[in-house]
Design a protein around this ligand. Structure first.
Ligand SMILES: NC(=O)c1ccc[n+]([C@@H]2O[C@H](COP(=O)([O-])OP(=O)(O)OC[C@H]3O[C@@H](n4cnc5c(N)ncnc54)[C@H](O)[C@@H]3O)[C@@H](O)[C@H]2O)c1
Length: 333
């Protein structure tokens, strides 16, 4: 069986993780890496047995079976356009862009090509997420409170709004994705930022953001973000349904109901492996467990940008009504 030959665009932190995970699979080989910083591509390729390519065009000319797009938020768009034009299955890291226009344009091109895609929302592969979904089945969610309270990550582009999109888009994207997966689509958001950047050179993002969310189901929720701590304080969500409270993080699920409280541990590393395994299996045609294709990530991007826009303008933002689905039940009581 020929191995799946993967090309990687961007050789930073997350690309290093994907390269490590992918080359740990028997049926995958790293074809090569390209990065605007040539040495970064050479270093990563050198570590995992692939070649360094001068640009995406050269990488695509070598005939990869799949491409991982691991660039910072502001750099999305041109890379994806080339990969889509070549018809190569594409894994894109979150957030899929810094803005909505780019994400909508790429989603349209993906849909037109019928291209296989996956986006790096690996939290969806935590087994405690499946467990939370089972516990919530038949019990309408009343309220969900999401939070990402953390530090400014050590990458130069992060604290600039036009580079990262800000903490809601860049960091809280995982929480917003899960909140949609477990509670359904959000109809309207209102958010406030503090208008004061964290103490980092060149920063122009809000240090903290507080948002309220109204879901199509009638449920309500909040999202809090902060990037002024020196550590990752809390990232996850609390979900309240009748007689049930769930607290979900990458590390585990705490369940509180009439029987008392219990905790189930999670394995975030396993979820990071599972998201890659599912994509490779789909590329090889031996699996069908891509949980967040590009079109699904676009909805999370819309929500994140709605929160960011409301925080910037001080006005509420209404999201487009999605087509009817058999999603979470409406709370009418
Ligand atoms: N899913 C996750 O758990 C997870 C974890 C970490 C990062 N990420 C996401 O991955 C993305 C990248 O994060 P990172 O920490 O790897 O950033 P990084 O800054 O460490 O690496 C980005 C790399 O991309 C390169 N690059 C920039 N523009 C490029 C272009 N046009 N073509 C080729 N290479 C280009 C840079 O030179 C750099 O080497 C971010 O959007 C981040 O949110 C996701």
């Amino acid at each position: 069986m020929r191995r799946c030959r993967v090309g990687v665009v961007g050789a930073g932190g997350v690309a290093q993780r994907h390269a490590r995970v992918l080359t740990g699979f028997d049926d995958v080989e790293l074809l090569g890496v390209t990065d605007v910083v040539g040495q970064a591509a050479a270093d990563l390729a050198g570590r995992h047995g692939g070649r360094a390519f001068g640009d995406v065009t050269e990488l695509l000319a070598a005939g990869p079976d799949a491409v991982y797009v691991c660039v910072p938020p502001f750099a999305h768009g041109p890379v994806e356009e080339e990969v889509i034009a070549a018809g190569v299955p594409m894994f894109v890291e979150k957030p899929v862009a810094v803005d909505l226009d780019t994400a909508e344009r790429i989603a349209e091109l993906v849909a037109r090509q019928g291209l296989l895609t996956a986006v790096g929302h690996h939290w969806r592969y935590l087994h405690v997420v499946d467990q939370a979904r089972e516990l919530l089945a038949g019990r309408p969610v009343r309220m969900v409170n999401g939070a990402w309270l953390d530090k400014v990550p050590p990458v130069a582009w992060w604290a600039r709004r036009d580079r990262s999109g800000g903490p809601v888009v860049e960091q809280a994207a995982h929480v917003l994705d899960l909140l949609r997966a477990l509670v359904g689509e959000v109809a309207e958001v209102t958010a406030y930022g503090d208008g004061s950047p964290p103490p980092v050179e060149g920063a122009d993002i809000d240090s903290v953001t507080a948002a309220t969310l109204r879901f199509d189901s009638g449920a309500v929720g909040t999202l809090a973000t902060a990037c002024v701590l020196g550590w990752k304080h809390r990232a996850g969500l609390e979900i309240l349904a009748d007689g049930l409270a769930l607290a979900l993080t990458e590390e585990g699920l705490t369940i509180r109901d009439a029987e008392g409280e219990r905790h189930v541990g999670a394995d975030p590393d396993a979820a990071r492996v599972a998201v890659d395994r599912a994509f490779v299996d789909a590329v090889r045609g031996i699996g069908d467990d891509v949980r967040v294709p590009y079109a699904e990530a676009l909805r999370t991007q819309r929500l994140a940008l709605a929160v960011a826009e409301s925080a910037r303008t001080g006005r509420g933002v209404t999201l487009p009504t999605p087509p009817a689905t058999s999603g979470p039940e409406r709370v009418d009581a």
